[in-house]
Design a protein around this ligand. Structure first.
Ligand code: CMP
Length: 486
């Protein structure tokens, strides 16, 4: 033990002894029952006897104090042996301070009672404590807070809502629990300050506990411009964050849209920590990773913006452009190969770009259809209903087209088409195609051929045994009739 601590302990011992002596004096002075038992009846009448009796009392009290001193040292030793050594050996568990202190206090009281009884066998200490008004006052006033803390501490120990090493928030304080004593909870805040919260005030507050052995989660907020796609953002951020230091590998981070606010799409990333006490550093690292991932992926953080939409009359679709960026895509679609450059450019101009989230339905079986689609970016799944569960018939990739069957026959949509990932499609309407049919009879035949093939495929896969009412020749006639072509 360092010298300064020994000194400190001696001072505390001296003050405590003085206080106990004062207490005994007060009780002796004000409590007739106690005085009666201290004072020899003969001494009341005889001056010499009175002096001898006082001297005898001082002698006895000094002896009690010295014995107490010896026993305090012994009790501390036993305390250290039981809690510091035996407990740890047997259970690998460290007894909390509150338990250790309670053990010592009870032992001190018992030893004091035994010593007192030995020196003053005629005095009934229990009766004095029970009946004494002065003790009531002392306990009522001086020990009010202390006892409040002690009992709140005992209930905290019994409930065990948190332990040393857990992160807790009590009122405005958040930090790592360093100790739980009979007086209060000591926490170390994230600015490395120590805060002592008395047990009684902790008992009145609601306490948020993030246990050390628990996978605790954090939310980090960020936002993007409205023009950035959510599916891409979610994927990019999740991948950027999942391997950051102290982010748990046991649960994959979750990225969600929180809100559509004035100038931004607001997101949150929820991630779980290995060591919750380091959440400030980890939050910062997660934000850093998001920034770099945004840079690489060309995503943009939002800033206050105002969007000015200029609408040209007759063209109200915000995603309609002059179509030049679609020409290359349409050129790569096999059925459009016979078209002239001018026709492809016109078709591109009449195409509308539409974006679908992963899992979103582009076409629903049974609906009416007045347009067809070309996969511009991404992929879609063609699905049929198999006893209530969707079954994928085929997957169509960039440059493939779909939706032509209903468009060209006037029949309902034959299958569901669902985006397999974030997908951009070009939608081509009835009028745009009709115009092409007038000048490109080959196109009608190529399309009819595809339709016939797909119908056969669908039929084979859908266990529909009925014969197809329209074979290829009949189909061609039906298409021509539908479009009013001779
Ligand atoms: P439509 O019937 O208008 O709507 C569903 C679309 O799924 C259909 O047009 C075709 O474009 C497409 N489709 C249906 N069956 C198949 C298939 N077997 N192979 C490829 N595409 C298909």
């Amino acid at each position: 033990m360092p010298v300064s601590r020994v000194k400190k302990n001696l001072v505390i011992f001296a003050i405590t002894t003085a206080l106990v002596a004062l207490l005994l004096f007060l009780v002796y002075y004000f409590e007739p029952s106690l005085r009666a038992s201290f004072v020899d009846p003969v001494a009341d009448r005889d001056m010499h006897a009175a002096a001898a009796s006082s001297f005898d009392n001082i002698f006895k009290i000094t002896k009690i104090v010295l014995w107490m001193f010896l026993f305090i040292i012994i009790i501390r030793g036993i305390n250290g042996l039981i809690f510091g050594f035996a407990f740890r050996l047997r259970k690998g568990y460290e007894a909390p301070n509150l338990v250790r202190n309670t053990f010592s206090i009870i032992a001190y009281i018992i030893i004091f009672a035994i010593l007192f009884k030995r020196f003053y066998p005629a005095t009934d200490l229990g009766a004095i404590f029970a009946t004494s008004t002065i003790f009531g006052v002392i306990i009522g006033l001086a020990l009010q807070d202390t006892l409040g803390n002690l009992f709140a501490g005992i209930s905290l120990q019994a409930d065990k809502p948190f332990q040393v090493g857990d992160v807790i928030t009590v009122g405005k304080w958040t930090g790592v629990v360093e100790s739980i004593t009979w007086r209060g909870i000591k926490i170390r805040t994230f600015t490395n300050h120590i805060v002592l919260i008395s047990n009684s005030s902790a008992g009145k507050e609601s306490i948020e506990v993030c246990p050390r052995e628990n996978l605790n989660a954090r939310l980090v907020l960020f936002n993007t411009l409205y023009t950035d796609s959510p599916a891409k953002t979610i994927h990019i951020v999740r991948e950027a964050v999942r391997e950051a230091e102290n982010v748990s590998q046991k649960i994959r981070p979750v990225v969600r849209i929180r809100d559509f606010s004035d100038s931004s799409v607001d997101y949150e990333v929820k991630y779980w920590l290995e060591d919750y006490a380091k959440y400030n550093d980890t939050d910062a690292l997660v934000r850093q990773r998001i920034w770099y991932a945004f840079r690489r992926a060309g995503l943009n953080f939002a800033f206050p913006t105002r969007t000015l939409i200029v609408e040209r009359k007759g063209k109200s679709d915000g995603l309609r452009t002059d179509g030049s960026e679609f020409i290359e895509r349409l050129n790569a679609v096999d059925i459009f190969a016979p078209l002239s450059a001018e026709e492809t450019a016109r078709l591109a101009k009449n195409s509308v770009r539409r974006v679908f989230a992963p899992g979103e339905t582009v076409i629903r079986a049974g609906d009416e259809g007045s347009s067809m689609f070309v996969v511009h970016e991404g992929k879609v799944k063609v699905q049929i209903n198999d006893n209530g569960t969707p079954r994928t018939v085929t997957v169509l990739n960039e440059g493939d087209f779909f939706g032509e069957m209903a468009l060209f026959t006037g029949e309902p949509r034959t299958a569901n088409v669902v985006a397999a990932e974030e997908t951009e499609v070009l939608e081509i309407g009835f009028q745009a195609m009709k115009h092409l049919f007038d000048t490109n009879p080959d196109l009608v035949e190529a399309l009819t051929h595809t339709i016939a093939e797909r119908r056969a495929d669908l039929k084979a896969k859908s266990e529909d045994a009925r014969p197809d009412p329209m074979e290829s020749a009949g189909l061609l006639a039906a298409v021509k009739r539908f479009f009013g072509i001779n």
